[in-house]
Design a binder for this molecule. Structure first.
Ligand code: SAM
Length: 220
């Protein structure tokens, strides 16, 4: 809540704007079409939802536990232009107040790292997806090239909390961000978790040398 008003500008500052490319790459792979209903979990201020609708998706339900993030999202200009194609839902991704098999696609972008029980979220995803539906996750992951890893460690450990403090006045949230990235499972471990709850054809793509990764899996 404390960073919601500055959330979007902080994403640009921390990633030097590259989060926009990661999100575009994510929706590229999703390849929306005009029959699809997307449920975007931990949807925040709507970045993924707006991309999905810009590329012709039918409807998005944006789910976030944090009402302040939803409030900021609703004030964005894209929100007004796509008004009748968006439903905002303040709710925990671990216990979705959505009907069984209501979604063609479920996405979560920079959200799975933040939930308490990842397995519970993935089970909820399976419940709300239609048979043949797809789940996609965009999240920080493990950097592969050694040289990039050293630079990234310096940037993330030292600079992100400092920038966070200057811009939002809340250093702790950005220290948490860096720590949560370190604790999040590797590309391979997340594949295993997705397979263990029942997703099939699970695939991963690294972006920016593994700074982030996209996971995709299907419900039978
Ligand atoms: N998806 C957006 C994006 O890519 O910019 C926002 C990501 S932001 C880093 C993480 C979001 O997860 C926050 O808006 C937070 O409120 C939400 N969140 C954290 N725990 C959640 C939960 N259990 N259920 C739903 N949303 C949650």
């Amino acid at each position: 809540e404390s960073v919601s008003q500055k959330y979007d500008i902080m994403n640009d500052l921390m990633s030097l704007g590259v989060h926009r490319l990661w999100k575009e790459g994510f929706v590229d792979w999703m390849a929306p079409n005009s029959n699809q209903h997307l449920v975007d979990l931990a949807g925040g201020t709507g970045d993924i939802a707006f991309q999905f609708l810009k590329r012709g998706g039918k409807h998005v339900s944006i789910v976030d536990i944090n009402e302040e993030m939803i409030k900021v999202g609703k004030q964005r200009k894209e929100s007004c232009s796509f008004n009748n194609k968006i439903s905002w839902l303040a709710c925990d991704a671990e216990k979705l107040s959505l009907k069984n098999e209501c979604a063609d696609l479920v996405s979560i972008s920079f959200g799975l790292r933040n939930v308490t029980n990842r397995e519970a979220v993935l089970n909820e995803v399976l419940r709300v997806l239609k048979p043949g539906g797809r789940f996609m996750c965009l999240e920080f992951s493990k950097v592969k090239p050694a040289i990039l890893k050293s630079l990234y460690d310096v940037w993330s450990f030292n600079l992100i909390p400092l920038v966070g403090e200057k811009v939002t006045g809340d250093k702790d949230s950005y220290k948490y961000l860096v720590e949560s990235i370190r604790r999040f499972p590797s590309q391979e471990s997340l594949i295993e978790l997705m397979q263990s709850v029942g997703f099939i054809s699970v695939k991963v793509r690294n972006l920016s040398g593994g700074i982030v990764a996209i996971h995709s899996g299907w419900k039978i």
